[in-house]
Design a protein around this ligand. Structure first.
Ligand code: GH3
Ligand code: MG
Ligand code: MG
Length: 633
């Protein structure tokens, strides 16, 4: 039995040898062949292995016990039908040449190949992991091998050989080990191919050099750039064979430094003229490569064409310079705040507009810090000096929407501040000085006011003129009627003024009229009272919310004051300048009256005053009320 084990172990060695030969020699050779040829060659190697296994078989009762079962199954499992058929054909031919129970042997060989193919189909479809696939194959091989030896032997009426079980177990073991080995190797090859492809097909220039500065590997980009059809053509060459001596020397010195120091050369930028005469920018990094003992064994380099990046950067720098120039030359102050209210950019003008808080206005400062400084320094008029947090929040909030404001600073300058939010939540603030515009605006306003005054004022006396009086009377009358309040109108005429002019001259007459105007103005107590020059030496006064008694009181005070001035008037029976006043009133009795009627009544009353001896005040009375003595008929 020991001999039998020896033979089985020798068989195991044969299987291992052929599998190893396939993995290390056959497979790399066949790697680029079409799939069918790879399969056929695998079948060939497995078939030859099976032949060797049969040569070392243990012959017993016309049967040969060996590990061909394992090799057939592996051929079917890894090479499918083509490999299984080739391997089976070789094995069968050889087995037939040996004679004995050929039929049984043929069935076993075919069954083994078929087992391999079926297990492969089954496990592949179910995506069984690597180790599981090997285990299932080995188990199937053991079961089929043992089962067959029982069925076949019993069917021909012979007894089951005592070798059947150990041979089945050894077949199983051999299959497991070999399947694991091949599967694992496939994984390794796949990984290696992936890395290889990543290296070869990378868009950057990638190369590996040995210690003699010769290329050990280059990728397609390097080969194409240097005019070679494939990367393999460059293996073994040095820079001296592909570029100018000067450039090769320069490269060699740099690389020697990396190899000697072991320090990487990182991100070196160079402007180089390529074989096509085109200048391009490159970024190169080179690192020393070490073996597991730490010895330098070469270097790996990566070079990237950064011409497009470079141009882009240049354009960015140029446009930034242009922008800086523009921003520094414009008279407006520009500031940019991010969405958190942090100042991210401002030009010098912006700072100069706010001398008291220029220190705070620098990138990184927040709008709230700046506004607090504005309040503390009282740089802006209207900013609260204390408890300014609410104000700060209100102003900071304006960064969130488009708005325009005009603010006045402590030194009387006016600034126009425009805020425009951006789509990213930031805000652009543009500040311009509008002091001159503001000054012109207020000058224009005062001019308009002057014009308005001129249009409504009597030039000589400074009282409201006739036109403005007419308007004011209409307005005041309708207001009085609406409010149900009384209104009084005084019509004043200077007594014997024709004579005054004649005696003292027209100019003195004018002066006297100014005095009368002043006297009238002083007699009116309420701000709503209106004194006007009605024309010539006649004056009017509108007294809103004043009844007849009130009007008498005012009118008499005026009359009395004028008289008390004692302006000499020799042409008057009073010997001083006096005036007569007629009063007309609207109250609840006369609500339907219009302005013309009111004036008419005042005129009538004045006429009565004149008639009654002048220097007096007379109210209008209905004809029925008029006393007959000394009055108009
Ligand atoms: P009476 O007491 O009846 O009013 O006598 P009177 O002389 O004042 O008569 P009347 O009111 O008709 O006189 C108007 C005079 O007032 C005519 C004119 O010489 C004079 N007068 C009118 N307007 C002006 C003016 O603007 N300046 C001057 N100096 N005199 C004026
Ligand atoms: Mg008159
Ligand atoms: Mg008069």
């Amino acid at each position: 039995m020991a001999d039998h084990w020896q033979s089985l172990v020798a068989n195991l060695a044969v299987v291992a040898l052929f599998i190893s030969a396939w993995v290390h020699v056959g497979q790399p050779l066949a790697a680029r062949w079409p799939r069918i040829w790879r399969s056929v060659s695998f079948g060939l190697v497995m078939g030859l292995g099976a032949v060797c296994s049969i040569l070392l078989a243990i012959p017993l009762d016309g049967a040969f016990f060996d590990l061909r079962f394992s090799l057939m199954a592996l051929a079917g499992f890894f090479g499918w039908w083509p490999a299984a058929i080739i391997a089976a054909a070789i094995t069968l031919v050889f087995r037939m040449s040996l004679g004995g129970q050929v039929m049984t042997a043929a069935i076993g060989i075919c069954a083994a190949g078929t087992t391999g193919v079926l297990v492969s189909m089954f496990t592949r479809r179910r995506r069984v992991p690597l180790i599981g696939r090997a285990l299932i194959l080995a188990l199937a091989v053991g079961v089929v091998s043992l089962g067959l030896s029982y069925i076949l032997r019993l069917s021909i009426g012979s007894t089951v050989s005592p070798l059947s079980f150990p041979v089945a177990v050894t077949n199983m073991l051999a299959t497991l080990l070999c399947a694991l080995f091949i599967l694992r190797n496939r994984e390794v090859v796949r990984e290696r191919d992936l890395f290889r492809a990543a290296f070869i097909e990378a868009p950057d220039f990638q190369y590996v050099k040995n210690n003699d500065a010769r290329f050990a590997a280059v990728n397609t980009r390097v080969a194409t750039y240097n005019g070679f059809a494939s990367p393999s053509e460059m293996i073994g060459l040095s820079d001296f064979e592909i570029t100018s001596t000067d450039r090769a020397m320069q490269l060699m010195l740099g690389e020697q430094k990396v190899l000697e120091s072991g320090e990487a050369l990182l991100d070196q930028e160079e402007l180089l003229v390529g074989p096509d005469g085109k200048a391009s920018w490159y970024l190169t990094s080179k690192v020393a490569l070490h073996n597991p003992d730490g010895d330098v064994i070469g270097l790996a380099g990566v070079t990237r064409d950064i011409t497009a990046d470079k141009h882009l950067k240049q354009e960015v720098v140029e446009s930034r310079n242009k922008l800086d120039y523009v921003l520094s030359e414009i008279t407006d102050g520009i500031a940019m705040f991010d969405k958190n209210g942090v100042l991210v950019y401002c030009n010098e003008q912006y700072r100069e507009f706010f001398p008291l808080t220029a220190e705070q206005r620098h990138p990184g400062a927040t709008i709230r810090q700046i506004l607090r400084a504005v309040a503390e320094t009282q740089e802006q008029k209207g900013a609260p000096a204390h408890d300014y947090e609410k104000w700060v929040e209100e102003i900071a909030d304006t960064l969130r929407f488009a708005n325009e404001q005009e603010v006045q600073l402590h030194d009387e300058r006016w600034l126009h501040i425009r805020t425009r939010p951006t789509s990213e939540g930031a805000a652009l603030v543009v500040v311009s000085e509008v002091t001159k515009i503001k000054q012109a605006e207020s000058a224009l306003l005062s001019l308009t006011e002057q014009l308005r005054l001129l249009a409504t004022t009597d030039g000589m006396t400074g009282l409201t003129n006739r036109r403005a009086f007419d308007q004011a009377l209409e307005g005041e009358m309708s207001r009085a009627k609406r409010a149900g309040l009384p209104l009084s109108l005084l019509l004043i005429d200077v007594d014997r003024f024709k004579a005054y002019n004649d005696i003292y001259g027209h100019q003195a007459g004018d002066e006297a009229l100014k005095t009368v105007a002043t006297c009238l103005r002083e007699a009116l107590k309420r701000p709503g009272d209106i004194a006007a020059r009605y024309g010539g030496e006649e004056f009017v006064a509108i007294l809103p919310n004043t009844d007849e008694d009130g009007a008498f009181f005012i009118a008499d005070a005026f009359r009395e004051n004028l008289r008390a001035l004692g302006l000499p008037h020799t042409g008057s029976e009073k010997s001083v300048l006096t005036a007569s006043v007629g009063i007309a009133v609207i109250d609840e009795r006369y609500t339907g009256m219009n302005a013309t009627e009111l004036i008419r009544r005042a005129d009538e009353a004045l006429y009565n005053a004149k008639g009654a001896g002048r220097d007096r005040v007379t109210g209008w009375r209905a004809r029925s009320e008029i006393r007959p003595v000394g009055l108009r008929a």
